[in-house]
Design a protein around this ligand. Structure first.
Ligand SMILES: [Zn+2]
Length: 547
């Protein structure tokens, strides 16, 4: 199932990298050492607090989130890590805007002679909207296929159609072609993200956008689950508040918005599949008068610095990041309404705190400086990392790499690692070499995870968009006791039954030896990277290179 990466590491490169790695790691493959016992002990303490009900799921802007950030800062202080946030504190203050749509919001669909009152949560879900979103006069709808303009693929869904002052309707996902280069084959490109489509719609002058889950897209197949995910407060960076109406439509309503149109939805899908599709005006209109509960508040990233000891290298930085926010309190599932977010991402934060402790006390100290950023607002659209990249504390061009942690190995001791985003930069070579020193292999991301926790789905993408080579290192599917098939099944079950539910809590089974192994590997990776002369470079042709 896993395709081993081969041939990427050229020999001379490998020799240079390996040459730097002549020292031996303390852990190697002994998960029972006192060293890993200490990691396990500390991690248990951290997640027991960060994942407790008292922290109410650490929603961005909540009291629980404030407690979590205080706890993290307290730990950085304990290890004498330098505070370099606002006014020499551990915090970077971020102005944010929160809004929660209320049930008396009114979305009216004019379909020929009928007016249909669409109900919030039942018929549609809102995102990134607020009191500023107001469409009193019915605006016409235009179906724009996937809603993508991608010049490098010579693809444009907006060709010959004027959408200014109108509301666009688009499908989730992106076009599929036989050519593996075109839209990067099975790998989702940036054009598949709803945010990209929304930005394109705004740039084309549309006043609103309606997304329809593609019938073959499993992410949109379970409306009840989506309803739960959208039951949380919507948060944006204060300066990003937009008046654009943005909603996800229940598939049950598709036939209503296509009412009276000369081409049916099914015919459109057929045209899209055979690449014959042209965007067209629908025969329906929509008006919207929303009611929202709104607030302005200050969110915060937690930031600390471990200064490098080498005078020639200490003004270059390795950014180690993990998000500490989670979803908060939401729709109860079996009477539990607290979405504790233990694996996502109290665990990653705990791992980062442990890596910071180890780096700070390393016998061979880091030569470059290590910037620790515990970001907020990840679950709301990577807000904390985006804000950091727009308001960096040390220059982005001196930030040589980002290692992001979102979750850790929880099933079993692993024999291989996967570098999510590694393929874009020489971090893949470095990862392969460091993995080898640790007795691990480098594997490719299993195709089943492509749409799930891939590069775009955590903070590393924000750092990459700031021009910093970024990576998220995950366990592969080769384990000590589990077969690949069993492991994959565990992953699928976890994604399906635990991820973003109240069951991602402290009571789920966690393999602490695997966690300690992962933490130690990440520590070793950061430690070696901080002592390497060469800086990671983007590969030729990678778009982040041009930032
Ligand atoms: Zn999450």
């Amino acid at each position: 199932m896993l395709i081993k990466i081969s041939g990427i590491l050229n020999r001379s490169n490998a020799a240079i990298i390996i040459g730097l790695f002549c020292y031996v790691t303390a852990f190697a493959q002994n998960p029972d050492s006192a060293f890993s016992e200490q990691i396990i002990h500390n991690i248990k303490n951290h997640i027991t607090y960060l994942g407790s009900d008292a922290l109410e799921g650490r929603a961005t802007g909540s009291n629980g989130s404030r407690l979590a950030s205080d706890y993290i800062a307290g730990n950085l202080k304990k290890w004498a890590i330098k505070p370099i946030g606002t006014d020499s504190s551990y915090f970077q203050n971020i102005p944010m805007h929160g809004s929660m749509p209320l049930n008396d919001s009114q979305l009216l669909l004019q379909a020929q002679h009928n007016v249909i009152n669409l109900k919030l949560y039942e018929d549609y879900l809102l995102f990134k909207c607020g009191a500023q979103t107001y469409i009193p006069n019915p605006a016409p709808l235009v179906f724009v296929g996937f809603g993508i303009i991608a010049p490098e693929y010579d693809y444009n869904d907006y060709l010959n159609i004027d959408v200014s002052g109108k509301i666009v309707v688009f499908l989730s996902g992106e076009p599929e072609f036989d050519d593996p280069e075109y839209f990067e084959g099975d790998n989702p490109t940036i054009y598949s993200y709803p945010e990209s489509k929304q930005r394109i719609a705004i740039a084309q002058g549309a006043i609103g956008s309606i997304m329809i889950g593609h019938p073959t897209d499993p992410k949109f197949s379970n409306w009840d689950r989506l309803k739960n995910e959208f039951s949380f407060e919507d948060i944006t960076l204060a300066f990003q508040v937009t008046s654009h109406l943005s909603l996800l439509l229940n598939p049950m309503q598709i036939s209503n918005i296509f009412k009276g149109s000369h081409i049916t939805f099914e015919e459109s899908l057929e045209q899209i599949n055979t690449h014959q599709f042209k965007s067209f005006m629908l025969n329906t209109k929509i008006s919207f008068k929303g009611h929202f509960k709104e607030r302005e508040f200050i969110g915060r990233n937690v930031i600390g610095l471990i200064e490098g000891y080498d005078p020639d290298m200490q003004d270059t930085y390795l950014i180690l990041s993990a998000h500490y926010d989670h979803l908060g309190i939401g729709v109860p599932v079996f009477n539990d309404s607290i979405y504790n977010g233990v694996v996502d991402n109290a665990l990653g934060v705990s791992g980062l705190l442990e890596i910071a402790r180890l780096l700070k006390n390393a016998e061979l100290p880091p030569r470059r400086s290590i910037l620790l950023i515990l970001v907020t607002g990840e679950e709301k659209g990577l807000l904390g990392s985006q804000y950091y990249v727009e308001n960096p504390i040390v220059p982005l061009y001196k930030s040589i790499a980002n290692v992001n942690i979102d979750g850790l190995a929880i099933f079993d001791i692993f024999n291989d690692v996967v570098g999510i985003g590694a393929e874009f930069s020489t971090l893949s070579d470095i990862l392969e070499a460091i993995a080898r020193v640790n007795g691990l292999r480098l594997s490719q991301i299993p195709p089943q995870f492509m749409g799930f926790e891939s590069f775009s789905h955590s903070d590393q993408i924000a750092f990459a968009q700031g021009g910093i080579p970024a990576i998220l290192i995950s366990d592969g599917l080769n384990y000590k006791s589990l077969t690949s098939v069993e492991a994959l099944q565990k992953w699928i079950n976890w994604a399906d039954q635990v991820y973003h539910t109240p069951f991602d809590d402290i009571y789920q089974p966690l393999n602490y030896k695997a966690i300690a192994q992962h933490v130690h590997f990440l520590y070793d990776f950061c430690h070696r990277l901080s002592r390497m002369e060469q800086q990671p470079q983007w590969k030729p042709g990678v778009s982040f290179r041009n930032v």
